[in-house]
Write a new protein. Sequence first.
Length: 204
Amino acid sequence: MDKFTRLDGKAAPLPVANIDTDQIIPKQFLKTVEREGLAKGLFYDLRFDEAGNPKPDFVLNQPAYAGAQVLIAGDNFGCGSSREHAPWALLDFGLRCVIAPSFADIFYNNCFENGLLPIALPEEAVRALMAQALGGNHVFSIDLEAQTVTPPSGEPVRFEIDPGRKEKLLKGLDAIGETLQHETDISRYEHKRSLSAPWLEART
């Protein structure tokens, strides 16, 4: 998993509440367990018409927001089913951070396990950031160590994050990576067990 320390990137505003995981990545794109290639399905029904043509009014189709790495969204982002493909699709598209007033719990947890930073801020603060993202300068700075979002105005907004989750993102640790930090202790335990209970090592 890639580390998340500081991000300076375009922010795209999506002022819609209750964006669920089926809108983030529709069910027809869930046939793979690979994390790559899902960008094509991200917000598919919002991005494309029935003929598969890009909708020019959707924010991520607009040239001004090409290459956006931050998404500023409405309340209850990521609600619906628990599909882990949702953060995968956002990451595969190039988005590394989502800012919203609130997130669905399972989606929120899945973000941290995949290196996507979800930032929950008061609704008034989100509206103010969204207004700046609609302006001519869309570059925002996200500093995880300092726990700040700095919009084009230059006035940082502080956000809260669980210290353990913050540390894992800063180090780029998913569940497997976190376990491997204890590899020496695990190997020592397994060696000790093999000496004290060799029958457990027996193969049939």
